[in-house]
Design a protein around this ligand. Structure first.
Ligand code: FE2
Length: 138
């Protein structure tokens, strides 16, 4: 297991937190694949699909909450999606026989940094009631 989930990683939105945990599970599955090519292919396509769905969900929430740094956050999502697409591409064309430990560490580090330091920034716009936000902004 590469990442051990802690409740401290929750941002307080049930659907988003579930998504974050699923992606952690998939990264752990990749780490535990031990050369099982079918498992790697399955996990990589799941990661790609799930991350796209999750980012779309998050971006819709940020847009609905009028999060002011939406564009910068969307750009970060694009960066991670590109990393996954490139990894999948390299895997499917067998330019890599296994997923290197270093590659997984980079993915895991990106994901955990994002959910611990970037996602909490939108929480006041997405979770707090509008009236509270207005008071904060006043
Ligand atoms: Fe995010």
């Amino acid at each position: 297991m590469l990442i051990v989930w802690s409740q401290g990683f929750d941002i307080g939105h049930a659907d988003i937190d579930d998504d974050h945990r699923v992606v952690v599970d998939i990264i752990n599955n990749l780490n535990d694949s031990h050369g099982d090519a079918a498992l790697v292919s399955w996990a990589l396509s799941g990661l790609d699909r799930y991350v796209r769905r999750h980012f779309a969900r998050e971006e819709a929430l940020m847009r609905a909450g009028h999060y002011p740094d939406l564009e910068a956050h969307v750009a970060l999502h694009g960066e991670f999606r590109r990393q996954i697409t490139e990894l999948r591409d390299r895997w499917e064309h067998k330019r890599v026989p296994v997923i290197e430990a270093e590659t997984l560490l980079i993915l895991a580090h990106w994901w955990m940094t994002h959910i611990r330091h970037e996602d909490p920034k939108y929480v006041p716009w997405v979770i707090a009631p509008v009236s509270v936000r207005r008071l904060d902004a006043a």
